[in-house]
Write a new protein. Structure first.
Length: 275
């Protein structure tokens, strides 16, 4: 046992999030790295290590190419940088759809190797059974309904959902099934505002909206989007900063100083000791 005394901070867990249903809105953001997790942890209830890391950090065209190894690597990084917020790691495409047994093996690996408190799955037609299988075996699961990024090839792109009655009913049923199976919360992405409110009223667990409704029990955004690190952001994103511009200005100033030999200066150089 270490002889060093460490300050203990209780990290939020699935029951804490579930109990926030219809109470103070739950604050969530994505995180992929230790430094960013350190900044976000103070302000957030939940940090999602999203498979959006494939697009945001690795430059992939969508989330389909994300691997278990990528999710584990970034999950470990976020856990190192956070102490208070609950950390949820996305199950990547192909890690849970084949069978409940395969999903369980991959979910256990994610939690064991990262230390995260839960996994997230996109709730397709056969996933409710898998959610139940995982929860019954001690794995907390967050569901995801509406626009499903992992289904981009099946659905032909990233399109808002729930604008037609048949699709609206399918999404509502998927949400109810995921909650009934034991999901402790649901991400509701890219759906018509009225449908998001209907889902929130229909399920007994919190809904976390992204491109959904202010009536959801919480909200999540991709951190890099809301900080303005990209030229383009989706309609549902509010930019709270222009870090892309700030970084460009800082790098430009650095480049000017290097070319003019103003950097490094006396304050940034080591000198031999006298004598």
């Amino acid at each position: 046992m270490s002889s060093h005394r460490q300050e203990r901070v209780r990290r939020l867990a699935a029951p804490d999030i579930t109990q926030r249903k219809s109470k103070t809105p739950i604050v969530c953001l994505t995180a992929y790295t230790t430094p960013m997790a350190e900044i976000l942890d103070e302000h957030c209830d939940l940090l999602l290590v999203g498979d959006s890391v494939g697009m945001v950090i690795h430059g992939l065209p969508n989330t389909v190419g994300v691997t278990m190894e990528m999710m584990i690597l970034h999950g470990q990084a976020v856990m190192r940088g956070s102490r208070h917020a609950m950390v949820v790691v996305d199950m990547p495409f192909g890690a849970y759809e084949g069978s409940p047994e395969t999903a369980h093996a991959n979910a256990v690996r994610l939690i064991k190797e990262t230390g995260a408190q839960a996994v997230k799955v996109e709730a397709g037609p056969t996933v409710a059974e898998t959610i139940g299988y995982l929860v019954q075996r001690g794995v907390p699961v967050m569901g995801h309904v509406g626009l499903r990024p992992q289904a981009v090839h099946l659905e032909g792109g990233f399109k808002a959902k729930g604008r037609e009655s048949e699709e609206r009913q399918r999404i509502l049923e998927a949400a109810r099934a995921a909650a009934h199976a034991g999901a402790f919360a649901l991400v509701v992405e890219g759906v018509a505002e009225g449908l998001a409110r209907e889902i929130t009223e229909a399920v007994p667990v919190p809904t976390i909206g992204i491109g959904a409704s202010s009536g959801c029990d919480g909200q999540i955004l991709v951190t890099d989007d809301m900080l303005g690190l990209f030229d383009w952001t989706p309609k549902f994103v509010r930019r709270y900063a222009d870090l892309r511009g700030e970084i460009s200005r800082a790098v430009g100033a650095y480049a000017d100083d290097v070319r003019a030999r103003r950097f490094p200066g006396p304050a940034e150089i080591y000198f031999a000791k006298a004598g």
